[in-house]
Structure formats: C-alpha cells, structure tokens
Design a protein around this ligand. Structure first.
Ligand code: AMP
Ligand code: GLY
Length: 418
C-alpha cells in the first residue's frame, strides 16, 4: 500500500515512523516532511496548506490512503476534497474540524449539549467586549476564536490588561481574522490533562492520558508555544475520572457532532482542567497533538494503518487497540528566541549518538543543507523515551540531552517534574 502523510513536524515524524512499522505499507510519502522523515519516507516539497498542490500530487500519484494531521489543511477542507475523489482519507472533514478551528462553535456546542466547560461569552464587537469586562472578577481568560498557532489564549490579571488584550485582538488584528471574534471565559483552576482519542464518529477509543507544557520557560513562565514537552500518563487521570469523562465529555461530544451533521472521524483531542467541580473542557483539537503524539506513538502496539482504516470504514468497534503499559517523556529542543524571532540553518550534531543511547529522536523543524542536518524551525527536535515511570523516562532523556548540539539551543528543564 502507498500512503501519503501531510505535514512536516515532529507529530508527522512520529506518525510516519509508526506507519512504517506496518507490514502492509510499501511506501510512505510526506508533504513537505523534514530531514528526519526523509530517512523513512519520500518527502515531496508541497506545503501542507497548498490544497491544490496536494490534490494534483494525489491525482498523478494514486494513494491507498492520505493521512491529514495538521490543523490548517483540515480546516481548509482537504479531507472533503479527497472524499470527493474517493481517496481514503484519515482526518475530519472541515465541518467537523471546526470543533478546533472555531472556539465560538465549540463553546456553543458544549453549552447546547451540557458538556462541562468554563462559563463564557462570545463577542464579535469590541465595544461590547470592553463593556463586559468592566465589572468582572480576575483573572479572566480571553481567547481568539480562530486558529492562532496555539498562542491565541491570554490570561489577564486585571481590568487594564483585559482592555489592552481585547483592543489588540479585536481592533489591532494581533491574530488577524482569528481574533476578530473572542471568547471571554471563566478562569479554571486545577491540574490540566490531555486525552487524545481515535473515533469513527460512533465509537471512541482513548489513548493513554498525557500532559503538554505550553510555556517557553521553566515553571510555566514565558510565552505560550506550540508545546515544549509532554509526558504520559498523567498522574491525576484516575480510572474514576476516565469513567466520568467517557460518560460526560467524550461520548456526548461525538454524539453532539453527529446530531449537528458534523460527524467527526479521526483523532479528537480533549484538553481538560480537573477542577474541584469536576473535569471541564478547555478546548478541543481535531487532530493529533504536537508534542503529545511523540510521547504516545512509542507506546502504541497495534498497527496504526489498521486503526486508520477502521476509522475510515467506521469499524472502530471491531479493532482492539493495545498500548504498552509504560510511561513516556518527550522534551523539545527549540531554537533560541522561539516563540519570537530565531535564526534557522544551524548545523545539528549528536543525533546518531543519542539514538544509540536509547532515545528516539523525532525531527520537528529540520532540513538538510550540503549533506548536514540543520535547524529549520522554532521547535527543532523532540527527544522521547519510554520507561516504567514518568520520572525514569524524564531522567533518561535529560541525562542524554547534552549529546545534541546546535547554536542557541533552548529547552525546558522541568518537563514532567511538577
Ligand atoms: P489553549 O490554547 O486553549 O490550549 O490554551 C492555552 C493554555 O491556556 C491552556 O493550556 C491552559 O493552561 C490555559 N487556559 C485556557 N483556558 C483556560 C481557562 N478557562 N482557565 C484557565 N486556564 C486556561
Ligand atoms: N500540543 C498542543 C497542540 O498540539 O495543540
């Protein structure tokens, strides 16, 4: 079988690597891929957002499956286009992906179907938003409704910060069109947990729980990033909480989507806050998380190609998904300056050496220049290992991290250590 994977980050490297273990797949293509992916798949230089480019590639190179993992091509309707061509495609159609690409939509859905989430109001008029924050309790959370590279959530501590943030988002286009509609939300407290799940729209099969680290610096300081590290499982996510979430959050969500004629097929990502009043949804993503996927894929024992097929064919209830009963940890190595400005093109050394020492290296932002692997993005590499406990896995990654070098390399030193 021939499979095309869309995207070129660490998440895609983890998915491509797992797919490459399937005996059913002869060849994997990846658009655009990266230096690490090019070692196990044929990379084709088409951007993930170039929908016409991808469609033309699939017309001339027939595929048995196309796997769409990044948010943008999902929101742009790539899966819809592939469905029209009868090409088996993994990922939600655009109407279903709106659960991530429009927070206004997802919050309204949760309210309508009584899915637990923080109290909120939606505004597309800045004056009304400014009026609303006048007599509120702080902190308060202000969110751009649309996609903003994981950076569209601002927690404000007082009225002045709320005024500044609303003005920046709604009047000064801080996040472009994504921020012209904002959600103003109650500040929730408690441990955060992420659960990713496979779903065919009828059945949900969860992956082990995980936790991301969104801020750039140790102790959750600094700017929000796409994610600086992850581990699995979360210590807070007990069987009792899982049962509650399956009954009150996971199934109600996919059932609601079906009722709204937005049947969700793919991976759905539940980010939740375990508050003292029970788990509440912070947000949904319509796809695998990055870097959570790098922490989860090494634990998956079932053939990922079979899982994707079961989802596409709506047979997920018929397949047993087996996970290794272990913990894992992922630490992201970033370019100095990320998530603000940073320089690309620095040579990276030590990758082979760290692999020999039992660390899996997923490339996030890398490319090949004159035969050398060089940095090519804000997040550069994800280092992952599994062990009996999160602590052991984390320690093993940190004990090996100094084998990798590139200029101005930055990483958090507290992943999984809270
Ligand atoms: P998001 O981009 O939705 O994942 O949000 C980024 C981060 O903001 C989350 O990981 C939370 O830590 C925080 N956050 C989002 N919504 C809330 C909320 N209602 N209360 C407290 N923190 C929040
Ligand atoms: N790690 C968060 C995300 O993928 O959105």
């Amino acid at each position: 079988m021939k499979v095309l994977v869309i995207g070129g980050g660490g998440r895609e490297h983890a998915v491509v690597k797992k797919l490459s273990e399937s005996p059913k797949i002869e060849k994997i293509y990846c658009t655009p891929g990266n230096a690490g992916i090019s070692q196990i798949a044929q990379c084709v230089n088409i951007k993930a957002t170039d929908i016409e480019g991808i469609i033309n590639f699939v017309k001339t190179n027939p595929m048995d499956m196309v796997v769409v993992t990044p948010d943008d091509p999902l929101a742009l309707g790539l899966v819809d286009r592939l469905n029209e061509m009868d090409v088996p495609a993994f990922g939600p159609v655009a109407k279903a992906a709106e659960i991530e690409s429009s927070k206004a939509f997802s919050k309204t859905l949760m309210k309508k179907y009584s899915i637990p989430t923080g109290d909120f109001e939606i505004f597309d008029n800045a004056e009304k938003a400014l009026e609303y924050v006048k007599d509120k309790k702080y902190p308060l959370v202000i969110k751009a409704s649309g996609l903003a590279l994981g950076k569209g959530v601002i927690i404000v501590e007082n009225h002045q910060e709320a005024v500044d943030t609303i003005s920046q988002m709604m009047l000064n286009d801080m996040f472009g069109a994504s921020g012209r509609t904002v959600i103003i939300e109650e500040f929730l407290e408690g441990p955060e947990v992420t659960v990713l799940a496979f779903t065919d729209g009828k059945t949900i099969k969860t992956m082990p729980s995980s936790q991301d680290h969104k801020r750039a610096l140790d102790n959750d300081k600094g700017l929000n990033t796409g994610g600086m590290g992850a581990f699995s499982p979360s210590l807070y996510y007990s069987n009792e909480i899982e049962d509650y979430c399956v009954k009150n959050i996971f199934y109600p969500t996919i059932n609601a989507m079906k009722k709204e004629e937005r049947n969700f097929k793919g991976v759905i990502y539940f980010q939740m806050m375990l508050t003292k009043n029970g788990p509440k949804v912070i947000e949904y993503n319509a796809r695998f998380g990055d870097p959570e996927t790098q922490a989860l894929m090494p634990l998956l024992k079932t053939d990922l190609y079979d899982i994707f097929n079961a989802i596409i064919d709506e047979n997920l209830d018929k397949i047993d998904i087996v996970w290794e009963n272990k913990a894992s940890a992922t630490v992201v190595l970033a370019s100095g300056g990320y998530p603000k400005e940073y320089t690309k093109g620095y040579p990276i050394t030590g990758i082979e050496e760290i692999i020999q020492n039992g660390i899996t290296v997923y490339h996030m932002g890398t490319s090949v220049k004159d035969g050398d692997i060089v940095t090519n993005g804000g997040r550069v590499l994800a280092l992952t290992t599994t062990a009996d406990t999160v602590e052991e896995a984390v320690t093993k990654v940190y004990n090996n991290i100094n084998r990798i070098h590139f200029k101005d390399m930055h990483y958090r030193k507290d992943i999984g250590r809270k």
